[in-house]
Design a protein around this ligand. Structure first.
Ligand SMILES: Nc1ncnc2c1ncn2[C@@H]1O[C@H](COP(=O)(O)OP(=O)(O)OP(=O)(O)O)[C@@H](O)[C@H]1O
Ligand SMILES: [Zn+2]
Length: 640
């Protein structure tokens, strides 16, 4: 079967012949990006722009097969483009070594593409591309893999959900008391060591355990336990001090050990009620452990092996030894000028400390221990990347991209052929490893895709905020909705509202509203949908004496909103407090809901949706246990 047969089958020969000049933007040249670039070239796409901000790391080579050892430290985009060009000499691949969020890649730039394919690894960049594609009206295929799981989602403005239509799942958290006094799983010990003990000893000074305990108390967790946890936290003071002052290092480390693994456990044991129905923890005695270790070492005639230390389960004595050694190393770093040290999976001292202290805690609570390698995976939220999953997902991306392109080619027809679009996921189901669900229409209250997008071309150093607002609102007599009470924002910063006009005569540039950013206009009475105005530069051939602002033509009129609960659409009365006038951009309050003001509630933009409602795909995926992984996020992995 020829390698183009799937493309021919989906597109038909007429549309297939357009593939060589179809302009594709591929964002990310990592695990998915390399596979996808190869697929695009072999399918017959002929004009690909490949953008990635990173350089090649040795650890990429096992799965990012377009790279070789000699390419390490070079631009991923450049090398991937060079390697893949050889697969088909007719293809034009334009590599860009940059961040997709840079100002150069504004809405005008995105508009040149027929389709955008994301092969990213973080939520922030995914959100950004989603918004740019909505503004530029370009179809997008979103994708992600996590170990054996993967998903592909075609996104088409006004037809499907956008990437931000549903809130992303928040990381799983544990009750404070489970982590701090009654752990029962290895992950509890690891979270405790990484997120509680390490900051207490080596992080910023926090009074008596901080707001975390206040919150736990409010949520009704056991008051006695909270009181004892507060006392424990207060007692950290002298240990923190010993680690930082001139106390001999080993003595300071021993002091930390005894406080945490002996005295604190003793205090907990004194609360007899807590241990009626669960096994009480064992206080760890420094002298006993070291004596037993010394005599067994004498018997065996050898010291504990350090071979394969990452894979092996450490004994109690080895954990103690590692605790003292890593605490000494961390304390020395504090004494040599580092202000605070927080957990980083690639910081050996920090990992040793978390490995030692989590396992000591597990010994104390009769919880199975974990090797250094396992602790690194669990504490660092590492999900191994699997080349096969990336390869399958990349194949699926091409199929969905072809369907999206077919729809765009038919866009002028009354009913574009959207029925073939699918959200696809690779799931843990041997009987059906691939799951597909019909696409879901946009969420009517989405604060991102229900906005009305438009573009102004301007010189931000000369254009005043007032000029843009007045120009976009128009006179209402053939141009725009006419003047009305509005607030304006850049991201979450309020730039103006009906009672706050200090910034109206400032330039966009002085307000930080520059190329590539969005100026958002919300209606004060909630009558009209929100306008999202992307800022682009004046055309290259713009005459020097020409106007510094070119408004969109025709002026966009956002759809009217159906008011569900008018009371909630108003800003709270106390919003006017605390305005400060300064030389820099004046900001008043943060918008509370991501990139959208809290009172956004669009009614679907008056556009047709072509599909009947089906259960949300993200819900389905959550049921299957898949989250698009954001490596920058501190997601805690749960073992059940
Ligand atoms: N804002 C961004 N602009 C451009 N490229 C980005 C941006 N954010 C992430 N990327 C790129 O997306 C790619 C994602 O690929 P992948 O998930 O395989 O990550 P990786 O860094 O190659 O591997 P790993 O993190 O597993 O070591 C990376 O090459 C990364 O540089
Ligand atoms: Zn949306």
């Amino acid at each position: 079967m020829p390698r183009s047969s799937h493309a021919l089958a989906i597109l038909g020969s007429g549309l297939y012949s357009k593939l060589p000049e179809t302009r594709v933007l591929l964002v990310g040249a990592g695990g998915i990006g390399c596979e996808l670039l190869k697929n695009l070239v072999l399918t017959g796409f002929g004009d690909i722009t490949l953008l990635d901000l990173d350089t090649i790391d040795l650890s990429n080579l096992n799965r990012q097969f377009l790279f070789r050892k000699k390419d390490v430290k070079q631009s991923k985009a450049l090398i991937a483009a060079k390697t893949a060009s050889a697969f088909n000499p007719a293809v034009k691949i334009t590599p860009i070594h940059a961040n997709i969020k840079d100002a150069d890649y504004d809405v005008d730039w995105f508009s040149q593409f027929d389709i955008v394919l994301n092969a990213l690894d973080n939520l922030d960049a995914r959100r950004h591309v989603n918004k740019m594609c909505l503004a530029a009206n370009v179809p997008l295929v979103e994708s992600g893999t996590a170990g054996y799981l993967g998903q592909v989602q075609p996104l088409l403005k006004n037809v499907t959900e956008c990437f931000d239509c549903l809130p992303k799942p928040t990381p799983k958290t544990f009750p404070v008391c489970t982590i701090r006094s009654t752990p029962s799983q290895p992950i509890h010990s690891i979270v405790w060591a990484k997120s509680y003990l390490m900051p207490q000893l080596f992080g910023e000074d926090e009074e008596d355990g901080g707001t975390e305990l206040d919150d736990a108390e409010k949520q009704g967790e056991n008051a006695d336990e909270i009181a004892s946890l507060r006392a424990q936290a207060a007692a950290f003071k002298s240990v923190r001090l010993a680690l930082r002052d001139s106390t001999p290092l080993e003595e300071a480390a021993r002091k930390a050990f005894e406080k945490v693994f002996f005295h604190d456990v003793k205090t907990l044991l004194s609360m007899a009620d807590m241990w009626k129905s669960r096994k009480p923890p064992l206080p760890l005695n420094y002298d006993e452990i070291t004596q037993v270790a010394a005599s067994s070492a004498k018997e065996n005639g050898s010291s504990p092996s350090v071979n394969l230390r990452d894979q092996k389960q450490l004994s109690l004595a080895e954990c103690l030894e590692l605790f003292i050694a890593s605490s000494c190393r961390l304390a020395l770093r504090l004494r040599s000028g580092e202000d605070t040290i927080s957990f980083d999976k690639d910081d050996d001292d920090a990992l040793d400390f978390v490995c030692a202290s989590s396992n000591l805690r597990s010994f104390s609570y009769s919880i199975p221990t974990k090797s250094r390698w396992e602790v690194k995976e669990m504490a660092g939220n590492i999900i191994p990347a699997i080349a096969t999953t990336n390869a399958i997902v990349s194949g699926l991306i091409v199929l969905q991209a072809l369907h999206l392109l077919r729809i765009s080619y038919f866009a002028s027809k009354a009913t574009p052929p959207t029925a073939t679009l699918r959200n696809v996921n690779i799931q843990f189901k041997p009987s059906a490893p691939l799951g597909a669900s019909r696409i879901v229409p946009p969420n009517p209250s989405c604060g991102v895709c229900r906005d009305t997008y438009t573009t102004v071309h301007c010189d931000p150093s000369k254009t005043l905020l007032r000029e843009v607002i007045d120009g976009i609102l128009g006179d209402g007599d053939g141009v725009g909705t006419g003047p009305r009470e509005v607030s304006t924002y850049e991201d979450k910063r309020v730039l103006s509202d009906p009672d706050f006009d200090d910034n109206l005569d400032r330039t966009l540039e002085s307000l930080g509203v520059t190329r590539g950013k969005f100026l958002t206009i919300t209606d004060e009475d909630g009558d009209w949908a929100t306008l999202a105005i992307s800022i682009c530069l004046l055309p290259k051939d713009h005459p020097v004496d020409g106007p510094h602002l070119i408004l969109p033509s025709p002026t966009p009129i956002p759809p009217r909103k159906v008011k569900a609960a008018p009371a909630s659409l108003k800003r709270p009365a106390d919003d006017d407090d605390g305005i400060e006038i300064s030389e820099g951009p004046v900001t008043k309050k943060a918008r509370t809901n991501g990139t959208s003001p809290p009172h956004l509630n669009g009614n679907g933009n008056g556009t047709k949706t072509f599909l009947t409602k089906s259960p949300s795909k993200k819900q389905i995926l959550e049921d299957e246990g898949l989250i698009i992984v954001d490596k920058d996020d501190d997601v805690i992995i749960i073992e059940d």
